[in-house]
Design a protein around this ligand. Sequence first.
Ligand SMILES: NC(=O)c1ccc[n+]([C@@H]2O[C@H](COP(=O)([O-])OP(=O)(O)OC[C@H]3O[C@@H](n4cnc5c(N)ncnc54)[C@H](O)[C@@H]3O)[C@@H](O)[C@H]2O)c1
Length: 340
Amino acid sequence: MTETPIGASDRILVAGAGGFIGGHLVRELTERGFPNVRAVDIKPLDEWYQHVPGVEERVLDLAEKDACFQASQGMDVVFNLAADMGGMGFIEANKARCMLSVLINTHLLMAAQDLGVRRFFFSSSACVYAADKQDSPEVTALSEEDAYPAMPEDGYGWEKLFSERMCRHYREDFGLITRVARYHNVYGPYGTYDGGREKAPAAICRKVIQAQLDGTHAIEIWGDGEQTRSFTYIDDCLEGTLRLMNSDVVEPLNVGSSELVTINQLVDIVESIAGVSLERRYKLDAPQGVRGRNSDNTRILAELGWEPSIGLRTGLEATYAWIAEQMGLPADAKAAVAAR
Ligand SMILES: NC(=O)c1ccc[n+]([C@@H]2O[C@H](COP(=O)([O-])OP(=O)(O)OC[C@H]3O[C@@H](n4cnc5c(N)ncnc54)[C@H](O)[C@@H]3O)[C@@H](O)[C@H]2O)c1
């Protein structure tokens, strides 16, 4: 195809730049030699996870159409990482709020088309996949066509699936180049680990650290811990995002690790990093999402010649270290706990 991928002189908008993936993407783009990055988020600047020198930062509510036009003015490329979302605890209790993120993507698409943006990226999710294909922990990995017939996660997943199709139709009807990634459980440092929006890897790191800080030696696990997932380290997420954005792949693509674990195995790994073994208390009525989910990477391998490959233990070591530092766990905590 003759479409031009992102070039060094392009002006790039990252929407949701105060959040986890958006913050990392701004840093990555800058480090890869893209000097013209505009970072936008609704959060006040002092709540952003990362600030990158030289980047233009703006606080705007991108659910508003005017704000999307202001943010996209003069831009060649738009990455939409903005959404009102969180882990399973948040999305099961906030379905309407999750669906309102449709305003962000819709208004960003309208602005992009009107203002002549060349390339547009939308961050979709494995939550678009049909629920009846995920009711067993012994999963068949999900390939891209498993999103239809549609029966996604109620609320959050429906918004993602609708916005995917909006991207498709903006491309088909108006010629805007759109790319869509379906992220599978992204984790890493500089993300939410408490407050109710956190996802399983960060929540488990926090609970293991808290058990050491307060000496309870116990951990609460949502469900029976036998539900399965794959978890994608942030560096793989960024690599996949940029490869996809620079590709000619027009259909939504899985960007996810295929290393499948149970939540109990995830806890095993974090305990082993921390050097502790905790009493497990299972909260069977807590939100758990689907029973099992993995990413089928056949298509990303065929299309991009690449797939996420960073091991879960490696990624969790970096994530655990960052959260431990945020929570003030002394470096010698491991030795102190062992001595008790
Ligand atoms: N992290 C994951 O595991 C995962 C998995 C699948 C899909 N995704 C998608 O990737 C994107 C980024 O996720 P994340 O993990 O970085 O989440 P995040 O919550 O850390 O970041 C999202 C950011 O969007 C901002 N935002 C929300 N409403 C806004 C508005 N009206 N105007 C401007 N900014 C607004 C938030 O303030 C937040 O900083 C989201 O679209 C999310 O749905 C993430």
